[in-house]
Structure formats: C-alpha cells, structure tokens
Design a protein around this ligand. Structure first.
Ligand code: LLP
Length: 385
C-alpha cells in the first residue's frame, strides 16, 4: 500500500520516529532553482542551517550550489559534503576567533560581517595570517518580513546586522583596515515569507543603500539578499515546490543591479522543507474528558517547530482509510507544549498506526534534541529503502 507519496509497507519495518526524505522531490526542486537562477546569472548558496544531513548536503553540492553557513561546524559540514570553499559565505552575530581562523585557513568566499567589533577582529586575525579576508557587510535594512516574530531578522530591534545609521562610520573605518576587502552587501529579513511582494521593499532599500556606497566611492561587486522564501505548510501536495519563478523574477525586476555585479541568495527552507516528513507511530489512543488524544512516539524533541513557533505541520494517518475523527496529536515528552496539532481531523486512528508530519525537511532533523534522554531520529531516503 502507498498513501500519497509514502510507501507504507516499506516504512512499516523501520523503527519510528524517523525522517523520511523524498529525494526525487529534492532533485526536482534543485533543478527548478538552478533553471530560474541561471536566467539572471544569480547565485544560490543553500542555507545549511535548514538541514545539514550529510546526504542532503551532498545532493545539493552536486548541483553546483554554494553554501551559507552560520558556524564553524556548518562550514566544516559544507566542505565535507563537497561544497567548495570558494562558494561558502559565513554569517552570524557571534563568530568566535576559532571559527574565523578556521574560515580564513579555508579561504572561504566571504564573511558576512554583522558588527564593528567583528570587523576589527577579522582584520586582526587575517593580519596575523598575512591574509586579506573578503567581507560583505550584513546590513539590517529595517524591513518588516511580516512573519513570526521569532523568525523576523531585518528590523532595527533585531540583533542581526549593522545598523544603517552607522554605515558612514563603517565606510570610514574600512578605509583604514588593511586585511579586509569589502566585496559585498548582505541582507536577510526573515524566514517563511509567504507573500513574495514583501521582498519588494527589501529591493528598494538595497537600491537606496547602493546609492550611498556609490556616493562614498565604494565599489560593491556582490549583493546578497539572503533567504526567506516560504513554503505551503497547509497544502504540501498542491504546492510541493515554492514559486521560485516569481521570486527570482521579482528581484530581477526590482533590484538595480550595477554593471558586473552578481546577486546572491541564501534559500534554505524552500529548498528542503517539502521533501521531508517525520514518520511516527501511534503508541496509544487515549480518551480524555472532552478530547481524544493520539499519543505518538515522536515529540517536540524530534520536531520542535510547533512548540517553538506555534508552527503547523500537516498530519496524516498513512495506515488508515477509516472515516475522519477529531484528535489532539501529542508527543510523549514531559512538556505541555509537546503538542503537534489540536482538534484535528485524521482517519480514525488505532494503536500502531503510522502518522506523518509533513513539510518537515527544513528546521526539523537539524533542530532535534535529546531532551528526556531520547535518541535522535534517523534519516531514511526514498531511493535507498
Ligand atoms: N540567511 C540568513 C542570514 C538566515 O538567517 C537564514 C535563516 C537564511 C538565510 C535561510 O532562511 P530560509 O530561506 O530558510 O527562510 N528555525 C526557524 C527558521 C529560522 C531561520 C533562521 N535564518 C523555523 O523553523 O521556522
């Protein structure tokens, strides 16, 4: 039996909970991104933070994409999976000396610098090695991403990036620093942005800031507009691939790209979210006062998004075709927030039934923890089971 895209018989034999990745969908998504970026000469650096599973990284690296990293270990994971150092960008508000030194030794493409003190430290560490680090300034553009407050990054109140008010000063300082070479500007306004028009004000801001740098006679070769394109959590089967065409076209239309300038992107979620599902089994069906609870063997330790961001992941019972009934689907963790969905229609569910939490390929496996001394969920791939 298969239900949707899930080979139920094959999955039955695997110990739950586990992540199941549809590699065909990932490959299809990558192909579309490649085609759409190629149209405009755009460069896509996959945001490793969304999913750093070795096989997923290898599949993405094979397609020639770059990598966007936010820690030394992410840089290592990217290199190990086959991303060339010359295609790695490294962001993060708290890069340590150890991480900076490592990235300098690897000659990564670019450090996305988020503060003045960081700029000074990169300059100093590069000088000690007799090197010049290529850097981009991550600028906080004060553009509202209209998404969950925990995944909004581009407002003045957020910790990310350099404030626009300080840019003149940064340019003055940069002129004095011998071991950093400014090659670009970097932006990222937030994640799970469902309405692509929200990126328009970002483009407008980038255009304005380009004017400022031009006035100060600073040449900018690279513009990196970050990631953030959302996915359809409600209807993953109707929209398995995000609107990459509209997204890249919007930047092409709205950004005033200067001669020879290259535009970079750092999409994470939209690349990997829909290809992944968390597969779990029903341990108990428990009758409460007014509710029926489906208690599954996956919990917030395996997929924290519902507990942390009140995020919705579609749940399906792939073992049952019985009529629909209403349940709360909850995990076994000793936390009241360990709830996946409430008052939710599922095919009538019994102990042992397999449930899938859809659209879990991004910020799922990578955010798993061992709280309650649980084991980490293992990954399985559609072409290797
Ligand atoms: N570039 C930078 C600088 C970022 O901070 C992020 C995500 C990305 C790119 C990739 O964004 P994406 O294309 O995936 O939206 N754990 C949260 C999402 C946190 C996103 C953090 N930064 C979640 O599960 O919704």
């Amino acid at each position: 039996m298969t239900k949707g895209n899930f080979p139920v018989e094959k999955l039955k034999g695997i110990e739950t909970p586990f992540y199941y990745y549809d590699t065909d969908l990932l490959k299809k998504t990558l192909k579309i991104v490649k085609e759409e970026t190629k149209k405009y000469g755009f460069i896509q650096h996959y945001a490793i933070k969304a999913n750093a599973n070795r096989r997923i990284l290898e599949l993405i690296a094979t397609e020639g994409f770059g990598a966007d990293c936010v820690s030394g270990n992410e840089v290592n994971a990217a290199i190990t999976a086959g991303f060339p150092a010359s295609k790695i960008v490294f962001a993060g508000v708290g890069k340590t000396d150890k991480e900076i030194n490592m990235a300098l030794d690897l000659n990564i493409f670019c450090f996305n610098v988020e503060s003045m003190p960081e700029l000074a430290v990169i300059n100093e560490l590069a000088a000690k090695k007799g090197k010049t680090a290529q850097i981009a300034l991550r600028i906080n553009p004060d553009v509202d991403a209209h998404t969950h407050e925990y995944i909004t990054t581009g407002l003045n109140e957020n910790k990310f990036g350099l404030s626009m008010a300080h840019l003149d000063n940064v340019i003055d300082v940069l002129k004095l620093l011998k071991n950093v070479n400014l090659i670009g500007l970097h932006f990222h306004i937030g994640s799970q942005i469902e309405d692509i028009n929200i990126f328009e004000p970002l483009c407008k801001r980038v255009n304005e800031l380009q004017d400022l740098f031009e006035k100060r006679e600073v040449k900018i070769e690279h513009i990196n507009v970050g990631g953030g394109l959302g996915i359809d959590y409600d209807a993953p089967d109707s929209h398995p691939v995000s609107d990459f065409q509209g997204y890249f076209e919007l930047f092409h239309k709205n950004l005033k790209v200067r001669d020879g300038q290259i535009v970079h992107f750092e999409l994470g979620r939209a690349i990997v979210a829909q290809c992944g599902a968390l597969v779990t089994k029903t341990t108990y069906v428990k009758q409460g006062e007014s509710k029926t609870f489906v208690i599954v063997d996956a919990g917030m330790t395996d997929l924290i998004r519902p507990a942390l961001y009140q995020a919705y992941h579609k749940v399906e019972n792939i073992s049952s075709n019985l009529p629909m009934k209403k349940y709360d689907v909850v995990g076994p963790i000793c936390e009241s927030s360990d709830v996946f969905v409430k008052d939710y229609e599922l095919n009538e569910t019994q102990r042992g039934d397999m449930l899938v939490l859809r659209s879990a390929g991004a910020y799922g496996e990578i955010m798993a923890s061992q709280y309650n001394c649980r084991e980490l969920p293992k990954p399985y791939f559609s072409d290797k089971i």
